[in-house]
Design a protein around this ligand. Structure first.
Ligand code: BV8
Length: 228
């Protein structure tokens, strides 16, 4: 096995599932209660901002009642102890990686606890609802939206992600169905550039065949086992 110095970890909703945060596509997942087109696109927001605000207000409130699980804690131990480069790219918009102690976290799909003022382009830490159109504390306008990346919008900090994938000796995907791009394409990019690829998931994902190795099980078990 070649020496591992640079690691990229990609996480999805499955890493937060055991913290009680709904995944998107498992039975009873978020999207089954709402059609994606109804709540996670700019068009949906333009068509029915109240519905979209209610959907995100509910999730923003819910995540503040959850706590990190053993998978988040194990990744934080890896982050604290790893001497090489490490980047935890998360598709999740919760803050459980940070609350678990991880530092090198990149939210490619944005963050629930941020609001984005589309009038003055400020990004603000935000824990309350947006449904009642609170004024932006910077410019006073009532143009705040969830600071999350909707379908059809460009994920954040893609250049940094691809730079890390180019340097990666190991790419580990945790708790993602491999259904959403461009995140679902990272494993192939890393593999084509010479990285070892490992999938830790409850069940085989859509991209399983792209991984050198897949270990199945709940994240709270398979992630600590891998980190240790
Ligand atoms: C873009 C934020 C371009 C909001 C989200 C190429 C091919 C096909 C389609 C496309 C393509 N390129 C772009 C597209 C369109 C689209 C897309 O991929 N559509 C899919 C549905 C076909 N992609 C986009 O629109 C992206 N934008 O490409 O822009 C562009 C270019 C130029 C200029 C402008 C634009 C943007 C996508 C981002 C959308 N926003 N989230 C919010 O959270 O509300 S996506 C959403 O899905 C979440 O971020 C989520 O993380 C992500 C992926 O879902 P998963 O995390 O994987 O969750 P899921 O429920 O699916 O799976 C859970 C997994 O965990 C399962 O495998 C399960 O087995 C496992 N699990 C469950 N429990 C456990 C567990 N594992 C371990 N332990 C457990 N206990």
């Amino acid at each position: 096995m070649p020496e591992i110095r640079n690691i990229v970890v990609l996480t999805g909703a499955g890493v937060s599932a055991e913290s009680g945060i709904d995944t998107f596509r498992d039975g009873g997942g978020l999207w089954e209660q709402h059609r994606v087109e109804d709540v996670a696109t700019p068009e949906a927001f333009a068509r029915d901002p109240n519905l979209v605000h209610r959907f995100y207000d509910m999730r923003r409130a819910a995540i503040q009642t959850k706590v990190p699980n053993e998978a988040h804690m194990a990744l934080a131990r890896l982050d604290a102890g790893w001497k090489g480069s490490l980047l935890i790219v998360t598709q999740n918009v919760d803050d459980l990686h940070e609350r678990g102690g991880a530092r090198r976290v990149l939210h490619m799909h944005g963050e629930h606890l941020n609001a984005w003022c589309t009038a003055c382009d400020s990004r603000l830490h935000w824990t309350g609802p947006l449904f009642d159109r609170p004024p932006c504390p910077v410019c006073g306008s009532r143009a705040l939206r969830p600071d999350v990346v909707w379908f059809g919008e460009m994920p954040y900090r893609m250049n940094e992600i691809y730079a890390a994938l180019r340097e990666a000796d190991l790419f580990v995907s945790i708790g993602t169905s491999g259904a959403v791009y461009p995140a679902a394409g990272f494993v192939q990019t890393a593999r084509d550039l010479g990285a070892q690829t490992l999938e830790l998931n409850l069940e085989r994902s859509q991209g399983s065949q792209s991984f050198h190795e897949t270990r199945l099980g709940p994240a709270s078990e398979v992630v600590p086992a891998w980190v240790e």
